[in-house]
Design a protein around this ligand. Sequence first.
Ligand code: 5GP
Ligand code: ZN
Length: 114
Amino acid sequence: MGDCIFCKIVEGEIPSNKVYEDENILAFKDINPLTPIHILVIPKKHIKSINELKPDDEILIGKIFSTVKQIAKEQGISENGYRVVSNCGEDGGQEVKHLHFHILGGKKLGTKIV
Ligand code: 5GP
Ligand code: ZN
């Protein structure tokens, strides 16, 4: 949508390091990894944030979490554990206004989220 960076990644206009792709979902490595494993999982269609989710998106979101589980296994972090984060809006610190889920792992994370 417009000048959305993640829509451009979906369209291939901006390159990314893809780890998973299907008809509706794309996952790629974060350009600025905060942990040894830092992957973003996004719906291919432009949804601004959790706030814009509609009941029709429920199956998509379920599939995104099944994808998170699969990626975590492939990346070898399932057993040790990992964190899934979706920042929403101003106070949530959302910088890219296209719904995304961070998978953070590969090291022992802090116990506090904020
Ligand atoms: P947010 O702060 O919106 O939750 O997270 C946005 C994330 O997108 C950040 O972790 C940032 O590093 C990542 N990011 C921003 N632009 C790009 C890009 O062009 N390519 C990739 N792979 N990641 C990006
Ligand atoms: Zn977008």
